[in-house]
Unconditional design. Structure first.
Length: 376
């Protein structure tokens, strides 16, 4: 705060001394810009500053470029604006190349390369659907053109290159004043423009976040319940085989099932028809696959079940979403005859939903009737 007050005091003193001899903007520089000016010196953000018409670097000043391409900016014709910015920056950097300085030539070449790369990348990204724009802009590192002061006190730019993670040093002692202005103003101009373009991604980004939230909610509330050891198992699998791209933020598409006990109801085929009995069962191993944007899931596992008499039945269990799963078991009865039975498992936790009971009854009736018709 003391530093900010000192800068503003000096500014007002200069205004009073200059009087009517030099026109001065009536708007005050924001405090954060004043602090940046103290740290970045000549390369500070030229917020609300005027540039002399005699300056060779005047054309790349952020306000000049903004006014020059205002019509296309208002129309959101970003490709035209980007191409115009790139051409103006390239021409201005070439214009101030004299006097020749090796440090400037190197910096100019690196800046030109970065500009061309970003312009091409943004142009490709703008052709994508709005919802994909934010993800496409991330690799371009739109902040790379912003001049910044490193912890060691150096002024740097182009900090996105993985080969130069700390950026490129802009040494004012090795550049002429016009060259310094051209580099710094070009950086600030591109930084502002790219932030305007990035602002366009907010609706798409919000829609993307909302979509992911809905996917996680469906995954959490509509999928089969996982026991603690299954959660650990699936977490280890996700760690061993990490998803890539957008999949990193979405729920898993495949979950493993292992040693999952449950209580079920068996409909057993008998000589006289169908008998009902309770059983204790466990899914020994299987998997659940999510499809249709996590709106549906299917699964299969191998089940072992004990009936009331302690006889073991084994067979496959199929999960087709909803509240119930059904499996076909085979076991021998007291007489040694192999019997088929339909094992139904109801997800009791999901029955807490207000509309769950009637849906569960309808699904159970449908599943039971369909499977029993196919039992031998």
């Amino acid at each position: 705060m003391m530093l900010t007050a000192a800068v503003l005091l000096v500014q007002q003193t200069l205004v009073a001394v200059g009087g009517a001899q030099a026109p001065v903007s009536t708007s005050l520089t924001p405090p954060h810009v004043a602090l940046a000016a103290a740290g970045l010196g000549r390369c500070a953000d030229p917020w609300d500053t005027r540039v002399s018409d005699n300056s060779p670097a005047r054309d790349v000043h952020p306000e000049r470029l903004r006014v020059q391409f205002a019509k296309f900016i208002v129309a959101r014709d970003w490709e035209t604006v980007l191409a115009g910015y790139a051409a103006t920056i390239d021409g201005t950097l070439a214009q101030v190349a004299q006097p020749a300085k090796p440090a400037y030539d190197t910096l100019r070449a690196q800046l030109d390369s970065a500009v061309d790369s970003v312009v091409a990348g943004v142009s490709r990204a703008l052709r994508l659907p709005k919802i994909q724009l934010a993800a496409a802009l991330v690799p371009l590192s739109i902040n790379q053109f912003r001049p910044f002061q490193s912890p060691d006190g150096d002024l740097r730019i182009l900090q996105s290159d993985p080969n130069r993670p700390t950026g490129i040093v802009v040494d004012s002692t090795r550049l002429s004043p016009d060259q310094m202005d051209a580099i710094c103003w070009s950086g600030w101009s591109l930084y502002r423009l790219l932030h305007n373009i990035n602002f366009e991604t907010i609706p798409g980004a919000l829609a993307r976040v909302e979509g992911q939230e809905r996917r996680w909610e469906r995954y959490r509330t509509q999928g089969p319940m996982q026991l603690p050891h299954e959660m650990v198992l699936n977490r280890i699998r996700r760690f061993a085989f990490p998803p890539r791209g957008a999949a990193r933020f979405n729920p898993p598409r495949l979950d493993l099932v292992a040693v999952h006990p449950f209580a079920g109801i068996e409909l057993v085929r008998t000589d006289n028809g169908v008998a009902r009995s309770e059983s204790v069962a466990a899914e020994l191993g299987g998997a659940t696959l999510w499809i249709n944007d996590w709106k549906q899931h299917v699964g299969a596992s191998w089940v072992m079940a004990y009936d009331a008499d302690g006889r073991i039945g084994r067979g496959p269990l199929v999960r087709l979403g909803g509240y119930a799963t059904a499996g076909v078991l085979s076991r021998k009865d007291a007489g040694g005859k192999s019997r088929k039975s339909l094992l139904i498992n109801v997800d009791a936790l999901r029955l807490l939903k207000p509309d769950a009971a009637p849906q569960a009854v309808r699904q159970l009736q449908s599943v039971a009737g369909e499977v029993l018709n196919r039992l031998p």
